[in-house]
Design a binder for this molecule. Structure first.
Ligand SMILES: Cc1cc2nc3c(=O)[nH]c(=O)nc-3n(C[C@H](O)[C@H](O)[C@H](O)COP(=O)(O)OP(=O)(O)OC[C@H]3O[C@@H](n4cnc5c(N)ncnc54)[C@H](O)[C@@H]3O)c2cc1C
Length: 330
């Protein structure tokens, strides 16, 4: 092992692994306490409604709502597209996404957690024999997750994954992978897309989260960034809606707020994506150059503490962002 770093890595609070489904459920429950919130699960947005029949390419044409897959329509002063990296809303709005060249996809596996891990929140990255993968424990009770990086043109193989993993994992986990052989889930392929929209908004519409800037999985910052986008958006939008008279906000003030939201969030997104790319390229160097891996491994007692210090310092701006993001409006 090159190094082991313990949370909170110099931050005020430790990073915690959280399972996504309960997090989303908790967010929906909190939103449902608002009197005008309606949760419509399982019904996708199919198209946008426009002020005039002209095409989306007309930059002054205002978005006035959405058309749902069940043929209902919802009109709105503002549509927020937070529909992820393949955003249909982004495409329908004619907002372009500039993407990085695609370098990896991820195969996701689950298996029973090793004995003795119950109270531990662990994240371990392994670079060995030309492979890079990460092991996580703590996001889902009783389970260990494994994220296996593959090149986009590599097929999703159904093979004896237990033996493959057992040959690569740290020594203390080898026996566990052999004994969990029949309990390792089939791989789920996750497509990685990284990029940014030069423009996150148009009249009556705003993109947030991955819809505006699909994030790399490196160091798990995508959800943080999406939540910080939402807080910044609330800070700018709530005052516009509160001063609306009688209840319809001034379209000019609303569209101005959309530009402020992008201006506030974009520098942090650029920084996070740059740091993620930097970390990914170091992983790629290690993966490709066996001699480098061997050198680091041989001299790990001397090099490990130095690499740990540099790595730990670089985590801070990635985990904590550029600025403090706090909900001001109420
Ligand atoms: C392999 C991989 C692993 C990752 N691991 C992590 C991690 O561990 N931690 C982390 O922080 N980030 C991780 N990320 C990044 C993270 O997934 C995203 O950055 C984050 O989920 C973005 O949140 P979002 O709300 O913008 O989009 P999403 O989480 O993608 O949510 C979009 C939502 O919109 C819904 N939707 C889609 N289309 C429509 C439509 N037409 N109408 C209505 N609804 C629609 C979807 O069902 C979904 O619920 C990972 C990314 C990848 C690719």
């Amino acid at each position: 092992r090159l190094f082991r770093a313990n949370e909170p890595l110099g931050s005020a609070r430790p990073c915690t692994l959280v399972s996504q489904p309960p997090l989303l459920e908790a967010l929906v429950q909190a939103a449902q306490r608002q009197p005008n919130f309606e949760w419509i699960p399982g019904t996708a947005v199919k198209d946008l409604l426009w002020q005039s029949d002209r095409a989306a390419s007309q930059t002054d044409n205002r978005v006035t709502g959405v058309h749902l897959a069940d043929d209902r329509t919802i009109t709105a002063d503002l549509v927020i597209g937070a529909d992820g990296r393949a955003s249909a809303i982004r495409q329908k709005a004619g907002l372009t996404l500039e993407t990085e060249p695609k370098s990896i996809d991820v195969l996701w596996f689950k298996l029973p957690a090793p004995p003795g891990y119950a109270a531990d929140n662990r994240f371990c990255t392994v670079v060995k024999q030309g492979r890079v993968f990460s092991l996580f424990h703590g996001a889902e009770e009783g389970k260990m997750h494994l994220a296996w990086a593959i090149s986009p043109d590599e097929p999703t193989e159904q093979k004896d994954w237990a033996t493959t993993f057992a040959a690569l994992v740290p020594p203390e986990l080898v026996e566990h992978f052999h004994s969990a052989k029949d309990s390792i889930s089939s791989p789920m392929r996750l497509s990685v897309l990284i990029g940014r929209c030069p423009r996150w908004h148009r009249p009556g519409l705003l993109l947030l989260g991955d819809a505006a800037h699909p994030m790399s999985p490196v160091r798990a910052q995508g959800i943080n960034m999406a939540l910080r986008d939402a807080i910044a958006a609330a800070n700018h939008l709530i005052p516009v809606f509160k001063t609306a008279n009688p209840s319809t906000p001034d379209p000019t003030a609303l569209d101005r707020a959309l530009a402020y939201i992008q201006a506030e969030r974009e520098p942090e997104i650029i920084q996070a994506q740059t740091l993620q790319a930097h970390e990914a390229s170091r992983g790629e160097l290690l993966r490709r150059f066996g001699l480098l891996r061997q050198g680091l491994s041989t001299f790990s007692p001397i090099l490990g503490p130095v690499v740990k210090q540099i790595w730990t310092q670089q985590q801070r701006p990635l985990r904590e962002g550029l600025t403090t993001v706090r909900l001001n409006a109420d």
